[in-house]
Design a binder for this molecule. Structure first.
Ligand code: GUN
Ligand code: FE
Length: 425
């Protein structure tokens, strides 16, 4: 058994009471087994002195494209359909086994360095096995899948696939990776968006997701041009069409959801569909501003994701939390999306979306040990602990403040500057 004892930390989590306490956390193997003052196990393999440090649950990002990490800076000033056709699809088509592996590894490195411990990831058409390889080696918790694109005139030849192959390759990957490393890796079917998928494929994805009890991860209602195409091809709006095919259920994670009408909101709420809000991407691709305060008010499950690196140039969840709060303020007022709300979306909200709220998303005894240790003393405020730590994390923290990241009880990043004197502040 591997035992890690974290001593004297300020523990910030959205558990049932939302308490902020100072104390110790004991990790045995992959789980938190005790939280409290003065824990002293007979034996700890490692003791981390976390005095003046803040521990938070690892962030859960519900919409990521690891395969796009290497495309950062390509197509910085385009809107969605041009960006896909002119830049992203040709670049995805150029991936080989090695480039997708490194793209995934570099993306995961950024995520772990900025305190993200779980992702819902969508790859490209080919070579997804090598992205799974990177996920497996890195230690990150992930739900991932090969993108499915069996339709679309504008798709480059190298990305075109037929329905049978798309489904068969997805099932092969699922059978190889779903449940790997004691469930740290899960498969998620990833039909790219309605525009790129036939009805036959989407119906079969629905059946397979039920058969294997895995998630379906797709984009919807991101851009007005996209919605127009969906309407012309199906006669319906995105979410109505997905519901018509039986896909709108609690296994569905829908990225963006900016331009929902009342019927779509009702379907999402009634069927328990999960929305992944991507504020950085929505701004950069000029897609729009999602109505997150309204969605949360309707008790819709909303979590956060950075999308791909070229969508916002940054996979840092601190950035997404901050943007999610800031973009609502000019129109809906200063408290419409407060720090607590976005911190909840970034942690326990993401856990709910991936169906793991009993396992991750907060720091509680019995849960998986997925957490980040922050040094928030880089800010010049005094006395430091009079500042609400959640406000501080949301409005001021960056990736540079993450000292240690632990996933499944394993230290996957340790970036602590060695200090000869640990000052009391
Ligand atoms: N819609 C379909 N594909 C994509 C993608 O790769 N990124 C974003 N942001 N939206 C999409
Ligand atoms: Fe995306």
């Amino acid at each position: 058994m591997t035992t890690i004892l974290i001593k004297d930390a300020q523990i910030v989590t959205m558990n049932r009471n939302g308490d902020i306490i100072t104390g110790d956390i004991l990790i045995e193997n992959d789980r938190i087994t005790a939280i409290g003052p003065d824990l002293n196990p007979a034996h700890a393999d490692k003791i981390i002195n976390a005095k003046n440090r803040t521990i938070i649950p690892g962030f859960i990002q519900t919409h990521i494209h690891l395969c796009q990490t290497l495309f950062r800076g390509k197509g910085d000033d385009l809107e969605l359909m041009d960006w896909l056709k002119k830049r992203i699809w040709p670049l995805e088509a150029s991936h080989d086994e090695e480039s997708i592996y490194y793209s995934a590894m570099l993306g995961i490195g950024e995520l772990i360095q900025s305190g993200t411990t779980t992702i819902v990831d969508m790859e490209t058409v080919h070579h997804t096995d090598f992205a799974f390889q990177a996920i497996a080696e890195s230690g990150i918790r992930a739900l991932s899948g090969k993108v499915m694109m069996d339709k679309g005139d504008e798709v480059p030849f190298a990305l075109q696939e037929n329905t049978t192959d798309s489904l068969q390759q997805s099932v092969d990957l699922l059978e190889k990776w779903n449940g790997h490393d004691d469930g740290r890796i899960q498969y998620a079917f990833s039909p790219r968006f309605v525009i790129s998928c036939t009805e036959e494929l989407l119906r079969e994805v629905r059946n397979l997701s039920e058969q294997y009890n895995v998630k379906v991860h797709t984009h919807a209602s991101e851009n007005l041009g996209e919605i127009e195409i969906v309407q012309a091809e199906t006669g319906m709006r995105n979410v109505v069409y997905l519901d018509h095919l039986g896909l709108a259920n609690e296994r569905l994670i829908l990225a963006h959801c900016i331009w929902l009408d009342e019927q779509e909101k009702r379907i999402i709420h009634e069927r328990g569909v999960h929305v992944s809000h991507c504020p950085g991407s929505n701004l950069k691709l000029a897609s729009g501003i999602a109505e997150t305060p309204e969605m949360l008010g309707l008790d819709i499950s909303v979590s956060l994701g950075a999308d791909g690196a070229p969508c916002n140039n940054n996979l840092d969840m601190f950035n997404e939390m901050r943007l999610a709060a800031l973009i609502q303020k000019p129109v809906h007022g200063p408290t419409a999306m407060n720090a607590q709300t976005v911190f909840r979306m970034a942690t326990i909200g993401g856990a709910r979306a991936v169906g793991m709220s009993d396992e991750i998303g907060s720091l509680e005894v019995g849960k998986k040990a997925d957490l980040a240790i922050l040094d928030l003393n880089n800010f010049h405020t005094y006395p430091s602990y009079d500042v609400d730590p959640i406000s501080r994390i949301v409005y001021s923290a960056t990736r540079a403040d993450v000292e240690t990241t632990i996933i499944n009880g394993r230290i996957v990043m340790e970036n602590r500057i060695l200090r000869t004197v640990d000052k009391d502040i």
